[in-house]
Design a protein around this ligand. Structure first.
Ligand SMILES: [Zn+2]
Length: 76
């Protein structure tokens, strides 16, 4: 019974150590997908000429729009 308890403590310690290690490695070297302030690929809405990140744009048949409303307005 004592052996199982010791084993459990070791398993928990290794788990905590590994998750801490992964966290510190991640915060140091892992590339964030879009860090704030980093240049992003911008697109222009043909209806209102608003510039917005490509990831946020609504894709239509004839271009990218700032909203579904403007996509419908332009494409019918
Ligand atoms: Zn628009």
């Amino acid at each position: 019974m004592k052996f199982i308890l010791v084993l459990l403590v070791i398993v928990i310690a290794v788990f905590v150590w590994r998750s801490n290690r992964r966290y510190s490695l991640g915060s140091r070297s892992a590339a964030r997908p879009t860090p704030p302030g980093a240049p992003q690929d911008m697109v222009r809405c043909p209806v209102c000429a608003l510039h917005l990140p490509r990831a946020d744009a609504r894709v239509g048949r004839r271009g990218r729009y700032c909203s579904d409303e403007h996509r419908q307005q332009a494409e019918g």
